[in-house]
Design a protein around this ligand. Structure first.
Ligand code: ZN
Ligand code: ZN
Length: 368
C-alpha cells in the first residue's frame, strides 16, 4: 500500500510503497477513504513533537472501511464504516474505566502515542525496517492497522470524506465548547484563531446556544467562514491593537467564555483578559513546550477560570456518533470546512497551505 512517509523533519513527505502485516489479536485493518491534514501534522513535520520519530506515516484524522479484523475483535466487522479516533486508550486503567479516556496514561497509551502496538511493535515496514504510524493512526496512507479501541463505527451513508474530520479537528473544537467549557444557552463567546479547530469552536458555540459569538482572526476570509458557521461578529486582528479591549468594546464587562485556538501564551493572556467576572477561558491551542503563561492575578482572583484541554475532553465512542447525528440533522456543518481535496500524491501541498494559513482544511482523498 502507498503511504506518505516523513523521513526527516521539514523535508517533503515521500509517497512510499509500505508493507503491511496481518492484524493480530484486537487489531483491525482499515482501508482509508480520506484523511484531513491537521496542524498537529504540521508540528510533527516541523520536528516539534517529541514522541514522533521518523520514519513515520503522518496523519491522524481519517475515516475508512474495515477490511479485515484480527482475533477477538467484536465491535466492528468487515465492511463497517469507521472513524479513527485520536486516542488509543488501554481500556483498563482508572481513567479509562471512568470514561476519561483522553487522560489514560498507561503503557499502552504511551506506546500508542509513539505509533506502537501494546507489545511495542508496528504492523508497517519499509524495505524491512519498522515504520510507525503517527499516534497509532497514520492516516495519510491507503491502509491503517489500528487497535479496535481506537476505532469508532459510524452509520452508513455519511460521506467518509467528511466523517474523517471527526477524527480530530471537529471533535476538538466542538468538544472544547460542550465538554470542557460547557457553554450555557444565551451566553457570549469569543474565539481567537479561526483555523480548522477554531471554526469548530464557533460551530460548537452555536450548537450550545450562545447568542453572541465573536470570531477573531488575522484573515478576513476566515472571518467570512466563521460568520457562515455561526459567528455573530468578526474582528480582524491587526498587529499592535489591543484585542481584549476591542472585545470588551463589543461585549461590555467581557465575554462569558473565551477560547484560544492558536497555542501562543500572549494570546491566552488576551483571551483571559477579555472575560467577564466569573468567565471561563479555555486554551485549545497547543503551546510550545516550556512556554509560560502570565495572567493578571487580580483577574483570576475574581472567580475567573483558566482551563487547558487536549483534544476537547472527548470520549470518542460517545462524541463521534453524536457529531455524526448533529451533521445528519443539519446542525453541524462539515462540507464548508473543507477548503480543498487533493490526491495522496499531492499531500505536500496540504502542508504548504497549512503553513501559509490558507483555507480551513485540506482533505486527502485516499482512493484516487
Ligand atoms: Zn489533529
Ligand atoms: Zn487507560
Amino acid at each position: 500500500m502507498r503511504a506518505a512517509v516523513m523521513h526527516e523533519p521539514n523535508r517533503p513527505l515521500v509517497i512510499e510503497e509500505v508493507d503491511v502485516e496481518s492484524p493480530k489479536a484486537g487489531e483491525v485493518v482499515v482501508e482509508l477513504a480520506a484523511s484531513g491534514v491537521c496542524r498537529s501534522d504540521l508540528h510533527a513535520w516541523h520536528g516539534r513533537t517529541a514522541f514522533i520519530t521518523p520514519p513515520v506515516v503522518l496523519g491522524h484524522e481519517g475515516a475508512g472501511i474495515v477490511a479485515e479484523v484480527g482475533p477477538g475483535v467484536t465491535g466492528v466487522a468487515k465492511g463497517d464504516p469507521v472513524v479513527i479516533a485520536l486516542y488509543g486508550p488501554c481500556g483498563q486503567c482508572g481513567e479509562c474505566r471512568t470514561g476519561d479516556v483522553t487522560r489514560c496514561w498507561s503503557e499502552t497509551r504511551v506506546h500508542n502515542m509513539h505509533g506502537r502496538m501494546p507489545d511495542g511493535t508496528t504492523r508497517l515496514s519499509l524495505g524491512g525496517r519498522p515504520l510507525t504510524p503517527m499516534v497509532g493512526a497514520g492516516t495519510l496512507a491507503e491502509i491503517a492497522v489500528v487497535r479496535e479501541a481506537q476505532l469508532v463505527k459510524i452509520d452508513r451513508g455519511i460521506p467518509l470524506g467528511l466523517a474523517c474530520l471527526a477524527g480530530c479537528g471537529v471533535t476538538t473544537g466542538v468538544g472544547a465548547v460542550l465538554n470542557v467549557a460547557q457553554v450555557r444557552v444565551g451566553s457570549s463567546v469569543v474565539v481567537i484563531g479561526c483555523g480548522g479547530v477554531g471554526l469548530n469552536v464557533v460551530q460548537g458555540a452555536r450548537i450550545a446556544g450562545a447568542t453572541r459569538i465573536l470570531a477573531c482572526d488575522t484573515q478576513s476570509e476566515k472571518l467570512d467562514l466563521a460568520a457562515d458557521l455561526g459567528a455573530t461578529d468578526g474582528l480582524l486582528v491587526r498587529e499592535g491593537e489591543d484585542l481584549a479591549e476591542a472585545i470588551r468594546g463589543l461585549v461590555p464587562g467581557g465575554v462569558d467564555y473565551a477560547f484560544e485556538v492558536i497555542g501562543r501564551p500572549e494570546v491566552v493572556r488576551t483571551a483571559f483578559a477579555s472575560t467577564r467576572i466569573g468567565g471561563t477561558t479555555v486554551m485549545v491551542g497547543s503551546p510550545a513546550p516550556g512556554s509560560e503563561i502570565a495572567v493578571d492575578g487580580r483577574m483570576l482572583f475574581s472567580d475567573r477560570r483558566l482551563l487547558g484541554t487536549t483534544g476537547g475532553g472527548n470520549i470518542p465512542a460517545r462524541d463521534i456518533p453524536r457529531l455524526m447525528q448533529l451533521y445528519r440533522t443539519g446542525r453541524l456543518e462539515l462540507e464548508r470546512l473543507v477548503s480543498q481535496r487533493l490526491p495522496l500524491a499531492r499531500v505536500n501541498e496540504a502542508f504548504t497551505a497549512l503553513e501559509r494559513g490558507e483555507g480551513a482544511r485540506t482533505v486527502i482523498d485516499l482512493r484516487s
